[in-house]
Design a protein around this ligand. Structure first.
Ligand code: GLV
Ligand code: MN
Ligand code: MN
Length: 428
């Protein structure tokens, strides 16, 4: 790489400041975290702030029909950009780093390039994708699924959320249904910086993860229909107890994961009982099962075992059990050349590094089929994520952003360098 490219670096303080400013929107009091469920007022306010920052940097902003936002810095030549990005929606108990880091680090990369007076041959772009978390509107990675053409826009707009809201109506309400077409033409390459959200890098004291792929994900919503009745008078063998059936499902999937062994994981993360009263046998239960594995055959086997169990359980408990698939993604392998570039950049910058597979789902996995893609991970304190106490050390945030900067510059190629030394944009 040219000496200009090896000398420039992101403004780490600016990155931390922007993360802090964004986390104030939907702030979870007494913590560093935030709640900005997709397409809520808080999500809109977070979007508005990031779009303002994009405008401050002079980026060309486009918003597509599912609300994905892209800011592009023109290159010396037209053509597909070298793109980075992630998401700014959160789970209800979100931290300030999950997703936000990849987007705000992208802004810092562009700012660093501008500050150095560099014009790249290819455009540089940073995007944030709608509803990556899928907590309110399953499936997860909804925006990037539509962006890359793996889900038709019309289908996505009709999705009904856990609170009865509809994606298209909520996009209109918050003013983020844009005119840019989807699917969008694929970028030249895609890279996503993200916190690991697991314990490997933190436990091993390693700064950079070069991500090799993402494990398969299966989400199912299960509905149990029983009969409400008196908790004191109804003999145990005369019940149609939806609460008991829901509990049996939670135990079954936990034991299934133990039987399969790592990397199989199973989670019942949401349970709703009706009427949810101390002295009433529950008539209805709705619960979700999240199952993941790096091996698609094993994941399919886990799904089959669950389906067989639900049939037995319906008969045994005298309830009606139905299920609905919320999300199903096969495991994804990232591009070997992109993984090498991440490793090489980490090594050149003097950071310890290792390869690892992602346990969490990411927008990058949707880009993998359409362009060379990889991810950069930085450590998560004690592996904690989807929790307001999620934490990553500022020097690790900066290290990850500098690795991403190097990879993006290499891919975009420096066309020319001027004498400009002033920062083109403003930080928070
Ligand atoms: C996204 O955060 C997921 O992996 O569920
Ligand atoms: Mn994320
Ligand atoms: Mn997440």
């Amino acid at each position: 790489m040219s000496s200009v490219a090896t000398e420039i670096s992101v403004d780490g303080q600016g990155l931390s400041d922007r993360l802090a400013a964004l986390a104030l929107i939907g702030e979870i009091e007494g913590t560093d975290g935030a709640c900005r469920l997709a397409l809520t007022d808080e999500d809109r306010d977070g979007r508005d702030l990031v779009v303002t920052w994009m405008r401050d940097l002079g980026l060309e902003i486009s918003i597509d029909g599912i609300g994905n936002v892209t800011g592009t810095l023109a290159g010396a030549e037209p053509g597909p950009p070298v793109m980075c990005g992630s998401h700014i929606d959160t789970v209800r108990t979100g931290g300030r780093y999950d997703g936000n880091l990849g987007v705000l680090a992208g802004l810092q990369v562009i700012e660093a390039v501008q500050r150095a007076g560099i014009t790249t041959r290819r455009p540089l772009a940073v995007g944030f994708f709608t509803d990556e978390e899928g907590s309110r509107f399953p499936p997860d990675m909804l925006g990037s699924l539509v962006y890359t053409g793996e889900l038709p826009l019309e289908e996505a707009l009709d999705i009904v959320g856990t609170d009865g809201a509809v994606v298209g109506e909520e996009l209109d309400r918050i003013g983020y249904r844009g005119p840019a077409p989807c699917p969008s033409p694929p970028p030249h390459a895609f890279i996503e910086l993200h916190i690991e959200q697991g314990p490997i890098l933190d436990t091993e004291g390693i700064v950079i993860g070069a991500v090799t792929g993402v494990q398969g994900i299966s989400w199912t919503e299960i509905t149990v229909a029983g009969q409400s009745n008196h908790a004191g008078t109804t003999p145990m063998d005369m019940r149609h107890d939806a609460g008991w059936a829901a509990t049996r499902i939670a135990v079954f999937v936990h034991e299934l994961a133990e039987e399969f062994g790592p990397p199989q994981v199973c989670t019942v993360g949401r349970v709703e009982l009706h009427p949810n009263l101390v002295n009433v046998v529950a008539s209805d239960a709705v619960l979700t099962v999240d199952m993941r594995n790096t091996d698609d055959d094993l994941l399919t086997e886990a799904e089959d075992r669950l389906a067989a169990f639900l049939e037995e359980l319906a008969a045994e408990s005298g309830t009606g059990i139905t299920s609905r698939r919320l999300a199903r993604f096969a495991p994804v392998e990232f591009d070997p050349d992109m993984i090498n570039r991440v490793e090489k950049a980490a090594a050149e910058l003097g950071f310890s590094h290792r390869r690892l597979c992602s346990g969490a789902g990411h927008d990058a996995q949707m880009f993998a089929p359409v362009c060379p893609t990889s991810m950069v991970f930085v450590p998560s304190w004690q592996g904690i994520s989807h929790n307001p106490f999620e934490h990553t050390e500022p020097e690790h945030l900066e290290a990850g952003a500098n690795v991403m900067l190097r990879v993006m510059l290499e891919l975009a190629e420096i066309a020319e360098t001027s004498e400009v030394t002033e920062t083109a944009g403003a930080t928070a």
